[in-house]
Design a protein around this ligand. Structure first.
Ligand SMILES: Cc1cc2nc3c(=O)[nH]c(=O)nc-3n(C[C@H](O)[C@H](O)[C@H](O)COP(=O)(O)OP(=O)(O)OC[C@H]3O[C@@H](n4cnc5c(N)ncnc54)[C@H](O)[C@@H]3O)c2cc1C
Length: 411
C-alpha cells in the first residue's frame, strides 16, 4: 500500500485507486490527508469546491490550534503571522451582557483571527505539497461502503481502502451512514445551532475595534460576536436553533442595532454549527467521519477548527495503525481515541452550558458577572485549551498527546 522510493506513481488524472480518499478539504480533511501522506499512504482529497474558497466562520484560532499546527505541520506562530495566515492578533477582549459591559481585560496569550479562504487554502496547499492528489470542483454524491468506492456528481468513481468523511456540518457521508443505520444521529437536530454572519469593511464604518467582543443575552443558548480582521469586522450571532424562534437574520439585525453601526444585509450568510451533537461513534467499517461531519464542536464557544484538525489527525493515526497491524478494527480504534482525546471537552462543555444559558436572564447576568470577576484568566486559558472544562484543571496537554499506543513508522 505504501509508495516507497522508486515505486511508480500513476499521474493523478489517470488514477482511480488510492489507499485513502478524504472527502472535504476543510481543516479536518486537509489535516487528515496531510498526516496520512506524511505517514506514507497514497491519498486523494476530493472537494466540491476549488481553492481558495470561503467558509462562513469567525476564524478564531486558539492556542491549542497553534500547538497542533506546530506539531503536525511544523508551522510556528511567528511564521504564520509573517505569512499573514494569522490575519489579526488581539491581546485583549471584552464580554457584555446585552449592552452592559461585564469585562474588558488584557490577555497573556493572544487570540488570533484567520480568514478562512486563506487558512483553508494554506492547509490544502500543505497537503498537496506533501504529495496528496486532489479532485476539486466535483463533490461526492454517494459512497459504496461495502465496495469502498466514492462516486462524484460528475460521474467519476474512486476506490480506496479507507474513506474519511470530512464534508462538513451537512455531511452527505454522515447522512448516508445514518440512512443505512450505521451511525446514530438521533440527537443531531436537537443540538444543531444556526449562525448568521456579515463582513463589515472597516472603511465603511467609523468605529475602530481591535479586540474580540462577545455579547451574551442577545439570543438564547448562544452569543453574538465581533471579531477583528485587518480590513474588516466579522459580526455574527449563533445559537441553538430549537431555542431561538425569532430567526437568525432578525437576531443579527437586532444585534447590529445594539452595536450601533451599519451593515449590508445582502452580505449576510447563514450556516449550521454542530453544537453539542457530536456523534458518540462517528465511524463504521473503514469509513471515518471527522470534524463537523462528526459534530466535533465545543458546545459553548462553537470552536470547531481545532477539533476538526485534531479528529483529522486521529483518523490518520487510526488508519496508519490499522495498516501496520497494530489494531484490528479501524472504526473502534478511532472511536476510542476520540473518547480519550476529543469527546471529554465536548461532553463537559455541553454540561457546563446549562449553567450559562439555562434559566431566566436576570440571574444569568449576575452569575456571568460573578464568573468573570472571579475566573476571567482561567476562562481565557480554557478557551485556549491550556485548561480543560473538568474542574478547570491545567490539563490541556491531553488534547495534544500523539502516541496512543505506538509510534508511526518513519516516512
Ligand atoms: C458562523 C460560524 C462561525 C464560526 N466561528 C468559528 C471560530 O471562530 N473558530 C472556530 O474554531 N470554529 C468556528 N466555527 C466552526 C468551524 O467553522 C467549523 O467547525 C470548521 O470549519 C469544521 O471544519 P471541517 O473541516 O470539519 O468542515 P468544513 O470547514 O465545513 O469543510 C468541509 C469541506 O467539505 C466540502 N464538501 C462538502 N460537501 C462535500 C461533498 N459532497 N463532496 C466533496 N466535498 C464536500 C466543502 O466544500 C468544504 O471544503 C464557526 C462556524 C460558523 C458557521
Amino acid at each position: 500500500m505504501r509508495s516507497g522510493c522508486g515505486t511508480y506513481v500513476m499521474p493523478a488524472r489517470d488514477r482511480t485507486a488510492y489507499d485513502v480518499v478524504v472527502v472535504g478539504g476543510g481543516p479536518g480533511g486537509s489535516t487528515a490527508a496531510y498526516q496520512l501522506q506524511q505517514f506514507g499512504h497514497d491519498v486523494l482529497l476530493i472537494d466540491r469546491e476549488t481553492f481558495p474558497r470561503d467558509k462562513l466562520c469567525g476564524g478564531l484560532i486558539t492556542y491549542k490550534t497553534l500547538r497542533l499546527l506546530d506539531r503536525v505541520f511544523d508551522e510556528s506562530e511567528s511564521h504564520l503571522v509573517d505569512e499573514g495566515i494569522l490575519n489579526f492578533g488581539a491581546d485583549e477582549y471584552a464580554a457584555y451582557f446585552n449592552d452592559d459591559l461585564v469585562l474588558r481585560d488584557s490577555i497573556d496569550v493572544p487570540f488570533y483571527f484567520a480568514k478562512r479562504f486563506e487558512y483553508d487554502e494554506f492547509l490544502h496547499d500543505r497537503a498537496v505539497e506533501a504529495g496528496v492528489d486532489t479532485h476539486l470542483g466535483d463533490g461526492v454524491s454517494r459512497i459504496d461502503i461495502e465496495g469502498s468506492t466514492v462516486e462524484t456528481t460528475d460521474g467519476e468513481t474512486f476506490t480506496a481502502d479507507y474513506i474519511v468523511g470530512a464534508d462538513g456540518a451537512s455531511s452527505r457521508i454522515r447522512s448516508q451512514l445514518a440512512d443505512e443505520g450505521l451511525v446514530d444521529t438521533s440527537g443531531w437536530r436537537k443540538n444543531l445551532a444556526i449562525a448568521a454572519e456579515a463582513y463589515v469593511p472597516r472603511d465603511a464604518i467609523d468605529v475602530d475595534i481591535d479586540y474580540p467582543m462577545l455579547h451574551f443575552g442577545v439570543l438564547d443558548w448562544g452569543y453574538g460576536w465581533v471579531f477583528p480582521n485587518t480590513d474588516r469586522l466579522l459580526v455574527g450571532v449563533g445559537g441553538l436553533n430549537a431555542k431561538n424562534d425569532r430567526g437568525f437574520r432578525r437576531i443579527l439585525d437586532d444585534y447590529f442595532d445594539l452595536l450601533g453601526f451599519d451593515y449590508d444585509p445582502d452580505t449576510v450568510k447563514g450556516h449550521p454549527i454542530p453544537f453539542g451533537n457530536y456523534l458518540d461513534r462517528p465511524a463504521h467499517g473503514n469509513v471515518l467521519l471527522v470534524g463537523d461531519a462528526a459534530g466535533t464542536v465545543d458546545a459553548i464557544t462553537g470552536e470547531g477548527i481545532f477539533y476538526a484538525q485534531r479528529s483529522g489527525e486521529l483518523a490518520a493515526w487510526a488508519i496508519d495503525r490499522a495498516e501496520s497491524g497494530t489494531t484490528a478494527a479501524v472504526a473502534d480504534d478511532y472511536t476510542d481515541m476520540l473518547h480519550e482525546y476529543v469527546h471529554p471537552e465536548l461532553h463537559h462543555s455541553k454540561q457546563a452550558r446549562l449553567f450559562i444559558w439555562g434559566g431566566p436572564q436576570f440571574p444569568r447576568r449576575l452569575a456571568m458577572k460573578a464568573w468573570f470577576a472571579l475566573l476571567s484568566d482561567p476562562s481565557v486559558e480554557l478557551v485556549h485549551g491550556i485548561r480543560i472544562y473538568d474542574l478547570l484543571r491545567r490539563r490541556g496537554d491531553v488534547m495534544h498527546e500523539t502516541l496512543p499506543g505506538g509510534t508511526p513508522r518513519p516516512t
